[in-house]
Each structure stands twice: as C-alpha cells, then as structure tokens.
Design a protein around this ligand. Structure first.
Ligand code: DC
Length: 223
C-alpha cells in the first residue's frame, strides 16, 4: 500500500504544529511533531547537566526516546518510560533542543525513528529537515514561514495561554537565536527544499492560512 507523506518545514513559531495538526485531521493522516522528539533529547541533556556535543552523544546509548498516540489523539513523548509531553514545552527546553539538534550523532540517532513512522502510515510530519533529509520523497513539501516579529507574537500568546511566564522580547530573542542555530548548523540545516512550496503566513489569519495550506496539499495529492 502506498503511504502518503506531507512534509512541513520552517522556522520556530511559523505555525507549523497548529497547521500540520489541522491538516492531518482534515486528511485523516497521522500528525508527527519531530520537534517534540528533539525536545525530549534536549530535556535529557538538561537533566544530565551536559552542554557539549561529546557529552550529549555519550548519553544516547542509554536513552530510550519513545512516542505514542494517547486516547486523546495527541502525540505523547516518553523519556526512559516517563511521560515528558508537558515538560518538553517549557521555554528553557527550546534552546536545549536547538543545541542538541546540531549534533550529528543526535540527528542520526533520531533519523530512522522518524522514517519508520512514515513507512506504514499516511503522515503529516513537521520539523526543520523533513523535506530535505528525513522524507526527501515526500508527496508534498511545504516551507511554512512568517516574519520573525509575527512568529514571536504568536509564540508569546501561546505561552501566556499555557500559563507560562515570558515576555515578548525574550521570546523574540529566543526565536532569533534558534533560527540562527537551526539555519547555520552544518548537518541538516533548516532550509527550503528545492521542490517545496513556500507559504508565508505573515498578516494572514489562522483560518486563511489553513485554507491555503490544505488547498495547496490537496491539489498535489489525489486521494
Ligand atoms: O519545532 P520545535 O520548535 O519544537 O523544535 C525544537 C528544536 O528542535 C528546533 O529549534 C530545532 C530542532 N529540530 C530539528 O533540528 N529538526 C527537526 N526536524 C525538528 C526540530
């Protein structure tokens, strides 16, 4: 059976997870949030108190990173059996995730895990290198982006809604630093795949962005 895959890449706060989740629901596909997988490794590094590449790579053989989909349909992340789904969303984990994601050993540790998820199911997968590295043969590739200030505004609102304390300035600084890390790392940097459709949602409402995205995808996959 042919499995369809939709790759959605883009910088932090571009709305990838919100959009990918809704698109997956509309298509009846599984939504895979690959950032959550890197966040789980970032959390492990933070807990172990390691900041450097060699120390992080040394942790990998002892790490069990797993995910499943609960009755709520949400992707739950497990670190050595512990459900860390909520904890990996803490703002301080974002930078750890970005740092560990630049380490080649971490990327290869997680690569097959991501490919396996798409091997037997129709998926919408979001991340930074899905269209370029993880699923280079994805049926549809989207590069979702928006201006940094708008992405920071959205991310800030989202954190406040979750009851997390943060300022717009801190969120913007964090996004800018992560964009720099993610775009400039030597391995699997964030970049638009040549065959990806770029969708810029600056100044476009959530509803209109969703319609635009779903339409773009449906025109490319005939289900
Ligand atoms: O999507 P997110 O913001 O939750 O991702 C957290 C970090 O993980 C992000 O700064 C970069 C990294 N990441 C990555 O390098 N490759 C992916 N496919 C997904 C995320």
């Amino acid at each position: 059976m042919k499995c369809f895959s939709v790759a959605i890449d883009g910088p932090a706060g571009a709305g990838k997870s919100t959009m990918a989740k809704r698109v997956a629901e509309a298509l009846g596909f599984l939504y895979v949030d690959t950032g959550a997988i890197y966040r789980t490794v970032g959390l492990a590094a933070r807990r172990a108190g390691v900041e450097d590449s060699a120390g992080t790579a040394a942790l990998l053989p002892g790490l069990k990173v797993a995910l499943d989909y609960g009755a709520d349909g949400l992707q739950h992340m497990y670190l050595n059996g512990e459900d860390v789904t909520a904890e990996i969303r803490r703002p301080e984990i974002s930078l750890y995730a970005s740092r560990v994601s630049a380490i080649p050993e971490v990327r290869s540790f997680l690569l097959q895990k991501q490919r396996d998820l798409a091997a037997t199911r129709n998926v919408v997968m979001d991340g930074r290198d899905i269209g370029t590295v993880v699923l280079p043969n994805a049926d549809v590739k989207i590069f979702l982006t928006a201006a940094p200030e708008e992405r920071a505004r959205r991310r800030h609102a989202e954190l406040l809604e979750r009851g997390m304390d943060s300022t717009y300035e801190n969120v913007l600084a964090d996004l800018t630093e992560r964009d720099q890390n993610d775009m400039n790392r030597p391995v699997a940097p964030l970049r638009r795949a040549e065959d990806a459709v770029q969708v810029d949602t600056t100044g476009i409402s959530l509803e209109d962005s969703f319609t635009l995205l779903l339409d773009t995808i449906q025109r490319r996959i005939a289900l």
